[in-house]
Design a protein around this ligand. Structure first.
Ligand SMILES: NC(=O)c1ccc[n+]([C@@H]2O[C@H](COP(=O)([O-])OP(=O)(O)OC[C@H]3O[C@@H](n4cnc5c(N)ncnc54)[C@H](O)[C@@H]3O)[C@@H](O)[C@H]2O)c1
Length: 433
């Protein structure tokens, strides 16, 4: 099939590459010329495990193409995916200007039947708005489909190639057939393709992310209680996670959720609820808990240093909002850095992939280390903000020899409390004895 993907970011590039991998001919379109130039030249623009290899193969075999020109990119395509940003607007609602802008442009240039598929996360009712925007200029037949994306950054290729489920919102039989054919190779193991109406598909995506964010904030509140009541959140987590109704995943406490999805999607669902005179009480609490949790280490750090961080220097391990990505959108590490700098401290950070993106955002406000150990030089303490695998079993002799004192504040509960205390560390983590 011939496919166009408009927007070549974390979702668009994975979507385009994975569709090419199953034999489709894909053209990805982006307005960012430097990004498109890099991709044409075989330079991958995001870090995502496993992506580069299939990107290069499909580029070489001519199934994957890139352009900045919308008209050229969609010319032969039967399906046009919209993988455009939907950032929070000033009032918290999803900003639809990119999606609707491209929809209107499409209306001006399409000349034959197309299935226009919304892969961006968009509020209920957006498919109707996209349909209206296209129809402003194009009077022929076309279909709009809502096909929310559930991939997780860090395992995006695996998630896309073997999705737990594919949700497709459409009432059109013609579009349903096209989408079934396209997704067939991805669900051969029998995972469901769930067809529904557009509005339900749009809400499904927000419900999924909001539920997962709720699980995280719930566990973070349990962790807060553990610290006050002298219980161990690891034990509580294991105790409840073995109940199938609860499940083991998403029960790890930490310094809050970040990323480009949970914060904005929770915010957008709260706003969508308000718009229909409903107060989504749980989600407001989820958001409030997360705001507090992002800075949960700061009072602990301040207390340890007698409330004076002036002139103190910290090593920070982890900048990305989670491991295996270079994405730093809403990363808790950035909030920690802000709080530390405001308190008069300095920071040297290490992250395996996210340093270039952080440099673009905050430049030389902090120092950057070549590796996790050189970040420790002259530091009064180590702070851990992201659970990259390589931080899990570090060389503690090396840490000792470089840190000024044996002090670690761990926002991701990487180490066994007894083990590290026996090594002589002052160690503080989240919700543990
Ligand atoms: N990142 C994720 O893990 C994830 C997962 C599921 C869903 N989503 C949703 O998918 C959507 C895209 O997210 P993302 O993380 O890929 O965003 P992104 O910011 O990484 O990528 C968006 C791309 O669109 C391009 N763009 C902007 N305006 C354009 C235009 N007029 N024409 C062509 N290209 C244009 C940008 O240059 C950018 O490359 C959002 O709605 C997001 O909520 C994201």
């Amino acid at each position: 099939m011939k496919i166009a993907v408009v927007g070549t970011g974390y979702v668009g590039l994975v979507t385009g590459t994975c569709f090419a991998e199953t034999g489709n001919k894909v053209t990805c379109i982006d307005i960012d010329k430097s990004k498109v130039d890099k991709l044409i030249n075989g330079e991958i623009t995001i870090y995502e495990p496993g992506l580069e290899k299939i990107f290069l193969r499909n580029l070489k075999e001519g199934r994957l193409n890139f352009t900045t020109q919308l008209a050229e990119g969609i010319k032969d395509a039967v399906i046009v995916f919209l993988a455009l940003p939907t950032p929070p607007g000033e009032d918290g609602s999803a900003d639809l200007r990119y999606v609707l802008g491209v929809a209107e442009e499409l209306g001006k240039i399409i000349t034959d039947y197309k299935v226009i598929v919304d892969k961006s996360t968009v509020p209920v009712g957006t498919a109707e708005k996209v349909r209206a925007a296209v129809a402003l200029h194009f009077k022929g037949e076309f279909d709009i489909v809502s096909n929310p994306e559930f991939l997780r950054e860090g395992v995006a290729v695996e998630d896309f190639m073997k999705p737990d489920r594919v949700v497709i919102g459409t009432n059109s039989e013609r579009a349903r057939k096209v989408m079934s054919d396209l997704y067939g190779p991805f669900v051969r193991q029998g995972n469901p393709v769930i067809f529904m109406d557009e509005r339900s598909a749009e809400l499904t995506k927000y419900a999924a992310n909001s539920f997962l964010a709720t699980k995280i904030s719930f566990m973070n509140e349990i962790a807060q209680l553990c610290e006050r009541l002298g219980a161990d959140v690891d034990m509580v987590r294991r105790g409840i996670g073995s109940d199938e109704r609860i499940g083991k995943r998403f029960l790890f406490p930490g310094i809050g959720y970040g990323g480009s999805c949970f914060p904005k999607d929770v915010q957008a669902l709260i706003k969508s609820s308000q718009d229909v005179q409903y107060t989504f009480k749980i989600l407001k609490a989820v958001e409030e808990v997360n705001e507090t949790q992002k800075l949960h280490l700061i009072p602990k750090i301040k207390a340890f240093f007698q409330n004076d961080l002036t002139g103190k220097h910290f090593a920070l391990w982890g900048l990305a909002f989670k491991p295996n990505t270079d994405d730093i959108r809403e990363a808790p590490a950035l909030y920690l850095i802000d709080a530390l700098l405001n308190a008069g401290a300095t920071v040297t950070a290490f992250d395996p992939e996210a340093v270039p993106n952080v440099k673009k955002t905050i430049g030389d406000k902090i120092g950057y280390a070549e590796n996790q150990y050189s970040a420790l030089d002259n530091a009064d303490a180590l702070i851990i903000a992201t659970e990259w695998s390589e931080f899990r079993t570090p060389d503690f002799d090396m840490i000792n020899s470089r840190l000024k004192k044996k002090v670690i504040f761990d926002g991701r509960n990487l180490f066994d409390v007894k083990y590290i205390s026996d090594l002589g560390y002052h160690y503080e983590s989240i919700g543990r004895l």
